[in-house]
Write a protein that binds this ligand. Structure first.
Ligand SMILES: N=C(N)NCCC[C@H](NC(=O)CCC(=O)O)C(=O)O
Length: 453
């Protein structure tokens, strides 16, 4: 790769469009928002609108913004695979009676949290000069594990050219290789297009101590190391850090709930990592290029772990709009927690870091399931040539955003209770909506229900 190509790389965000079955089923043990809001009434229309508003705002900032389609839910092939038989309506009704938790898993709109879709390594970091993708196996939860196959299909459709994009199979779906994708992966660099440092964060290793006591650690060190090998990363530029078990026990089920990196900046909580000092020294020694690393460590007495989890301060996005500066994209909950808001004001005012603006978004519907601004997006660094090779159907444009908004309003319900998941009418509505979406975004026959007739 030439230096010129490196200079022109951008970081694009691909956000998951919230699906029509967005609901609160309390499926994620260790995710305190999911548990707290279990069985409450959701508003899928508002959820999808809120996510789209964020995408639209980032587009308006001049950033490259993509959109990942929702998955087909309730997923009847999963229920059939679990032994439920009959017509679609019979399957839904039998699942509701015999195993409502399986129905809820098959109906979750969790693919919206695109940060868990895959781990992505930019071409500047990989030995073969291609962008590498490994879809996450998400094997810690059934409702998330069933996303992987379609996610892999979607990513291949969006990034099709094999001379530019390498797609790996998900890691074997077994606890020893639990992988939750980019939510546990951060890249630091001087320029997006220059070789960067890839930082993988795991919650447990097979022989690693200490481990969380209360909540599960979803990502393993072995999974991180396998992905680094698959992506042909240079080992001197790759680091594996252990997430602090106390953080996991406070509800930090992914590292992106307690740390966010962008370009040369690492914003993190004091209790994010087992050994932040070693990580910092390693970054200082290894980051190449003109920019020096900028660490913004937020102390526990400024923002506690509980406040971090309640506000999702560290699940903010850090973005570099083309007009300059670095902006922090935060959830409204940050504004509602005075100490968190004060910390943000301090960070934005501090000339020692490049963050100069904050944008607040209402993402309450997703937040109530533990998904903040950064959960909703998958970052992909792209050179000009790679960007030109992306399937145009994936890019958001102002016209497409308008069309999607109208599509949401046409098809989505404004209230949904977990009991409604067995309603055959909901299945029908979702299929009608997704069928229309594939035409609107020119996606072809993406969904199982379109393929099997
Ligand atoms: N941090 C990132 N990157 N993503 C957030 C994912 C939230 C998701 N919540 C859920 O799956 C809750 C679904 C429910 O309970 O209905 C999860 O726990 O995996």
């Amino acid at each position: 790769m030439s230096a010129q190509v490196h200079r022109t790389a951008i970081e694009a965000n691909f956000d998951g469009l919230v699906g029509p079955t967005h609901n609160y089923a309390g499926l994620s043990f260790g995710n305190v928002a999911s548990a707290r809001n279990a069985q409450k009434t959701s508003n899928p229309r508002q959820a999808a609108r809120q996510g789209l508003m964020k995408m639209r705002a980032l587009l308006d900032l001049g950033l490259a913004q993509g959109v990942l389609p929702p998955q087909e839910r309730p997923h009847l092939p999963t229920l059939r695979r679990l032994g439920f038989t009959g017509t679609d309506a019979q399957i839904l009704s039998k699942a509701r009676r015999a195993a409502p938790e399986l129905l809820a898993a098959a109906a979750s709109a969790s693919a919206m949290w695109a940060a868990n879709a895959a781990t992505v390594s930019p071409s500047a970091d990989t030995a073969d000069g291609r962008v590498h993708f490994t879809p996450a196996n998400l094997c810690s939860h059934l409702h998330r594990a069933i996303e992987t196959e379609t996610t892999a299909r979607v990513l291949k459709a969006i990034f099709p050219d094999p001379s530019l994009f390498a797609h790996h199979a998900p890691l074997p779906a077994t606890p020893a290789l639990g992988d939750e994708g980019a939510a546990n992966h951060t890249r630091l660099c001087s320029e997006y297009g220059a070789p960067g440092l890839e930082l993988f964060v795991y919650g447990r290793g097979v022989f690693q101590q200490p481990v969380p006591q209360r909540f599960p650690a979803r990502q393993t060190r072995q999974a991180c190391e396998s992905i680094a090998r698959l992506h042909e990363l240079s080992m001197p530029s790759t680091y594996f850090a252990q997430q602090h078990p106390d953080a996991i026990d406070h509800g930090v089920f992914h590292n992106d709930v307690i740390a966010v990196g962008n370009r040369e900046v690492l914003l993190y909580h004091e209790q994010a990592f087992v050994d932040a000092q070693s990580l910092r020294s390693w970054i200082c020694t290894h980051l190449q290029g003109e920019r020096r690393p900028v660490f913004i460590e937020v102390a526990a007495d400024e923002v506690s772990l509980d406040e971090a989890v309640a506000s999702y301060l560290f699940n903010s996005q850090l973005v570099c709009p083309p007009a300059g500066g670095m902006h922090l994209i935060v959830a409204r909950e940050c504004e509602e927690h005075p100490r968190v808001w004060a910390a943000i004001q301090r960070i934005v005012a501090d000339p020692a870091n490049p963050i100069d603006r904050v944008h607040v978004f209402d993402l309450r519907q997703s937040m109530n399931n533990g998904g903040g601004p950064a959960c909703l997006r998958l970052r992909v660094v792209l050179t000009d040539a790679e960007r030109a090779a992306v399937n145009p159907c994936a890019w958001l444009t102002p016209e497409r955003a308008d069309a999607l908004l109208a599509w949401i309003d046409r098809h989505y319900r404004d209230r949904l209770d977990p009991d409604d998941l067995a309603d055959p009418q909901l299945l029908e509505e979702s299929r009608t909506a997704l069928d229309e979406l594939t035409r609107l975004l020119k996606l072809g026959s993406l969904y199982d229900f379109q393929r099997t007739g």
